[in-house]
Design a protein. Structure first.
Length: 423
């Protein structure tokens, strides 16, 4: 259960932070965000804010989404012959259209829809059951609402507040904002981890940090701040050299040359093998030195985020050069890693959130249809051509891209299931 809860929290935080980036910059560009959903599937709760956005909570607590006017499958919810109920304002214009059987509106006017235009002309026309011979036509307010069949109340989407009506620069920023938020989240989480750990590890040194009580290092006379110059005659210049030499010779006595201040002395230490979180490890009982200043923690957290991003880019480069499904991971792999992180404590979970967020941001910037990077490529093409691709062509590209992504997701998920449950 801890693994399930961790998976839900990790995945939801990363996705919702991504979607909030799109939401924030869409609003700034004057694009109507019709719905901001936390979770997927059937609606549990919904509230339409003064900004026109329907904020909803849905049954499946995995991720979320932002529904911008004029983007993707954001289509008009009305069809010819559909029974609806209209609510009029004091001027006789439609302020609300109810298409749901789950919602009953007092003083509503029943209408069988014959024709409508909720984007440009803003009208709805139809017949009442009382008189099917007379076609009634009503003007619709620019900020009118429509209650969808599942009971969610959203604003209608006139063309002037649709995504395509915003300036090109605003649309590009809105597309980029999701991955950008993932990078920001990763940096903030790594900084938070630095504060939780009391500082930032310094690994490009042969100096040692805290010496644990009743440890082989304490028995050997080592103290915090000492520098280990060599182990068994091999020069030590970094923490990587130090830990590598210790791990290579478990339970064997090592000859150390140590510098303390201006003096140098020799001592011996015998690493011990212990079990931590079910895994055997070799140690002498020293910790990596830390920078503990506030600025050090902030800078160190940002540097940690940068280092992880470079590692991710290197991994993607290796994947491109040597394709292999085992190098990819889908929801099953994320669940497995979430469960492992949960067993190791909150700090490990936070680091996993940061790394996953960085991964999501980088993947979404790939110039592939249906991803944010693919949309940015189309924006660049539009800037060069001085006009956008036709809606049909753009829709076809996104459909192909989405289909390929779903196929890849299925293959990766099936591969994960085989790796984790049948091997």
């Amino acid at each position: 259960m801890k693994g399930v809860l961790t998976f839900i929290i990790v995945f939801s935080v990363v996705v919702i932070f991504h979607e909030f980036g799109h939401f924030f910059f869409a609003r700034r560009a004057g694009i109507l965000v019709r719905e901001f959903s936390i979770g997927m599937g059937p609606k549990i709760f919904g509230h339409q804010g003064k900004d026109g956005t329907a904020y909803t909570l849905r049954l499946l607590p995995i991720g979320g989404y932002v529904r911008m006017a004029g983007v993707g499958e954001d289509e008009t919810e009305l069809t010819r012959g559909m029974p609806v109920t209209l609510v009029l304002d004091d001027t006789g214009k439609v302020s609300k259209i109810n298409t749901s059987k789950k919602v009953q509106l007092a003083n509503g006017i029943p209408l069988m829809v014959e024709s409508f235009d909720l984007e440009k002309e803003l009208f709805i026309a139809g017949y009442t059951s009382a008189d099917e011979s007379e076609l009634l036509r009503y003007e619709v307010l620019h900020d009118a609402s429509i209650i969808e069949q599942d009971g969610t109340e959203v604003r209608i989407a006139p063309v002037d507040v649709q995504f395509q009506s915003a300036k090109l620069s605003q649309r590009m920023l809105t597309n980029f904002a999701g991955p950008m938020n993932n990078f920001i989240l990763a940096v903030l989480v790594f900084i938070l981890v630095a504060f939780m750990q009391g500082g930032v590890a310094v690994t490009d040194t042969n100096g040692i940090g805290q010496v644990m009580n009743d440890s082989p290092a304490q028995a050997a006379g080592l103290k915090e701040g000492d520098k280990i110059l060599s182990i068994d005659g091999e020069k030590i210049s970094s923490w990587e050299d130090l830990t590598g030499a210790i791990l290579a010779q478990p339970d064997e006595t090592l000859d150390l040359e140590v510098q303390r201040g201006q003096q140098t002395f020799k001592t011996e230490v015998t690493p011990e093998t212990t079990t931590v979180d079910g895994q055997k490890t070799v140690r002498i009982g020293i910790q990596v030195p830390m920078k503990t200043g506030i600025v050090d923690k902030v800078v160190g957290g940002a540097q940690q985020a940068l280092a992880n991003s470079l590692t991710i880019f290197k991994a993607f480069g290796d994947l491109i050069m040597k394709p292999n499904l085992d190098k990819l991971g889908g929801p099953v792999a994320i669940f497995q890693m979430s469960s492992q992180a949960a067993q190791q404590g909150p700090t490990t979970v936070l680091v996993f959130i940061a790394i996953l967020s960085m991964n999501l941001g980088i993947i979404n910037l790939f110039p592939f249809p249906a991803l944010d990077g693919g949309k940015l490529v189309l924006n660049i093409v539009e800037a060069i051509r001085k006009k956008p691709l036709s809606v049909e062509k753009e829709g076809l590209l996104n459909l192909i891209g989405f289909g390929l992504l779903m196929l890849l997701m299925i293959l990766v998920t099936w591969n994960d299931i085989q790796r984790f449950f049948f091997q």
